[in-house]
Design a protein around this ligand. Structure first.
Ligand code: FMN
Length: 218
């Protein structure tokens, strides 16, 4: 091999190793959640009796197992053979993505792998709503409709269906929280333009609602 070839081969090797290191570094920031626990919980009628909005939260973190159960209840895969979910969606488009804003960063829930992909390393909770408790409660779920998954319907239909589909997910979260003794409130008061820009959403990804989850301040 000529001297120049050795140099090129060496550079290619270095670039490959650096690329692999960057990929590993990125992958290490993603979080594999524990498998969701699909048994237990309070009886449905008691959960309906206890469901409510709460706007006072402690700073206590939500443990990974509880977060996994929460996200599965919200919009997890409950029929793996069909890839179908715990909440219905119009024409089964499954267009609602759940972003999780915590002190550790902003993550995107991947229901297929029950994992969280890190989108931002920053604490963006304060941007998830206009009320004071939003910045300090441990979790804010941000519901984002990916209109690109909804086909060629009218804008009015897409808007109506994605709002309805978000409502089912938010109610699942309300019911899970009532069962687990967690506090929650779904919220429309969001500076959507500022948050969408901070997350880096495409124009056809629309923030519908946000929902704060944590432990109730007594
Ligand atoms: C679409 C929607 C948007 C809402 N937006 C907010 C909000 O921005 N801030 C808030 O504190 N509560 C918000 N709420 C919660 C309602 O105020 C609450 O559900 C209502 O007062 C009834 O109380 P309950 O949930 O305890 O029955 C919203 C609820 C819905 C369904």
């Amino acid at each position: 091999m000529r001297k120049g070839s050795y140099v090129v081969a060496g550079l290619v090797g270095i670039v490959t190793v650096v690329g692999m290191a960057i990929a590993a570094e990125q992958a290490s920031k993603d979080i594999q959640l524990p498998a969701p626990q699909m048994d237990g919980g309070k009886p449905l009628m008691q959960v309906l009796k206890d469901r409510k909005s709460t706007r006072a939260f402690t700073a206590e973190k939500v443990p990974p197992q509880v977060l996994s159960n929460l996200l599965w209840a919200a919009f997890g895969v409950n029929r793996p053979e069909l890839g179908e979910r715990t909440a219905p969606s119009a024409m089964n488009k499954q267009e609602i993505d759940i972003y999780v804003a915590s002190a550790d960063g902003l993550y995107l829930y991947d229901a297929k792998t029950q994992s969280l992909k890190q989108i931002l390393p920053d604490d963006v909770r304060a941007m998830a709503g206009m009320q004071d408790f939003v910045a300090t409660a441990p979790i804010n779920l941000v519901y984002v409709a990916d209109l690109a998954k909804m086909g060629n319907g009218s804008e009015a239909d897409k808007s109506f269906y994605s709002a309805a589909d978000t409502g089912f997910i938010a109610e699942n979260v309300y019911l899970f929280c009532a069962s687990e003794g967690l506090a929650t409130v779904v919220r429309a008061m969001i500076d959507r333009d500022a948050l969408a820009k901070r997350i880096g959403l495409r124009p056809d990804q629309k923030i519908t609602l946000s929902q704060t989850v944590g432990y109730p301040k007594k």
